[in-house]
Design a protein around this ligand. Structure first.
Ligand code: SAH
Length: 428
């Protein structure tokens, strides 16, 4: 990371890459990089569009051939996404810019995030901080570093100190995705605590008072919409909660009634929100550790919920064959389409789930159906639902067409920042 050396290296990109940036996107793929000589991993670079009369230039293009400056970016020597734009201007002080962006992201949450002490504080491109994700669970921050640039020591120092100053966490935990580090050719690293307030004398007393046992530094309790959850950075599936569903939980709770089935329930996010208005709630997931946390969460809220460890596809088939009926069903599967290539298979999966759910709903029942696959659009999911409605001879009315919570901002021009779809529908 060239933060002390203020002269930025230069990368030249093709017209196609430049058009993408002009359309508001932040990424340039390696195939659109035409020149990047001696650029260090994670370097801050100036991005130019190739000028001259190259193969892509056209005789009728206005103006003389010249190089056009598109802005500044973080460069990766390893990832297919070679360039992530951070500004349309040259950058004088990258550390100052990172601090400002973090403060702006926090101010945005202060305006738009309500009824919780758990939110996504930094959402990478969604907050113009590509490569950094920070989640807050009450007093614990859990962060993920996804690029060479964000992993560089001077930048890490800056965001860590800014997060400490602004949010006063007791602990900062780094969640490592080994696959991402490999892709970025970063050295292997374990997940773990990277900062703890108790190391600092001024905070030690406060910290000691709150912490009972040695593991407590990565355990806490948080709440959203008045529902309580445990957070354990080392336990469960190590992913924390699905904060992006927070507003959809509240929406589902407004419609839920009768007997409810939460399919792919994980640690019980939807199920716990449905419980106050439903007579009976059942949650289904294939992960035992997730269900163990779900059970702790139910106890924390004084709720009786039935948890079933099963493959959702098998369970839905068995239950619908057995003629089981529900008034409320939630479908929140994992991303079936991890890439464009398996989009068709994913659509078949969504179709099967939604068809089974529609068949099992009593007249007037409510279905909450979600997809977090970026490669399956809202229109795709609606098409699947429409086809399931036809096959099951049900009439489906859309009550709510929803997306991800506001602390996961989706930026116009960067379609990848919008990935979560959630429809609440009435089934007659
Ligand atoms: N609804 C949850 C998030 C679901 S994430 C919430 O709001 O917190 C997807 C979940 O699907 C994970 O918990 C995973 O364990 C589970 N899962 C994946 N494949 C499954 C399958 N075939 N059957 C049941 N559960 C599955």
């Amino acid at each position: 990371m060239q933060t002390s050396d203020r002269t930025q290296s230069t990368v030249t990109i093709t017209r196609r890459g430049a058009d993408r940036i002009r359309a508001g996107h932040a990424w340039v793929y390696r195939s659109d990089v035409s020149e990047a000589k001696d650029i260090l991993p994670g370097a801050l670079v100036t991005v130019n569009e190739a000028g001259g009369r190259g193969p892509h230039s056209t005789a009728f293009r206005a103006g003389p051939p010249h190089t056009r400056m598109l802005g500044s970016a973080f460069y990766s020597t390893a990832s297919e996404i070679a360039i992530r734009m951070i500004s349309s201007k040259p950058i004088v002080d990258i550390e100052k810019l990172v601090r400002e962006r973090i403060r702006a992201a926090i101010a945005y949450r202060e305006l738009y995030v309500q009824n919780t002490n758990a939110d996504r504080v930094i959402f990478s491109e969604g907050d113009s901080l590509p490569g950094l994700i920070v989640d807050r669970y009450n007093d614990i921050l859990s962060l993920q570093v996804l690029t060479q640039a964000m992993d560089a020591e001077p930048i890490r120092r800056v965001f860590l100190s800014e997060l400490q100053e602004a949010l006063h966490p007791t602990t900062i935990f780094e969640r490592v995705d080994p696959r991402v580090r490999k892709l970025e050719q970063l050295p292997e690293k374990e997940s773990g605590v990277i900062w703890n307030a108790s190391e600092f004398p001024t905070l030690a007393a406060k910290n000691a008072a709150r912490m009972g046992n040695p593991q407590s530094e990565v355990r806490t309790e948080f709440q959203m919409n008045g529902v309580r959850f445990v957070y354990d950075a080392f336990g469960g599936q190590k992913t924390g909660a699905f904060l992006d569903q927070r507003e959809n939980y509240a929406a589902a709770a407004r419609y839920a009634r009768g007997e409810a089935l939460d399919v792919f329930c994980y640690q019980g996010g939807f199920a716990l929100h449905l419980a106050p208005t439903c007579d009976k709630v059942t949650g289904v997931d294939s992960s035992r550790p997730a269900l163990e946390v779900a059970d702790q969460n139910a106890a924390l809220n004084g709720r009786e919920i039935e948890w079933i460890e099963a493959n959702a596809f098998d369970l839905l088939r068995d239950y619908s064959d057995a003629g089981k009926r529900y008034d409320t069903i939630v479908l929140d599967p994992p991303a079936f389409a991890k890439s464009r290539q398996n989009r068709e298979t994913a659509l078949r999966g969504y179709k099967e789930l939604n068809l089974r759910a529609l068949k099992m709903l009593r007249p007037g029942g409510v279905l909450v159906t979600c997809s977090c696959s970026y490669h399956v659009s809202g229109a795709d999911l609606l098409e699947v639902l429409a086809s399931a409605a036809l096959d099951s001879h049900r009439i489906v009315r859309i009550l709510e067409n929803r997306g991800q919570a506001k602390d996961h901002p989706s930026v116009l021009g960067i379609p990848e920042t919008a990935y979560l779809k959630c429809f609440v529908v009435s089934v007659s």
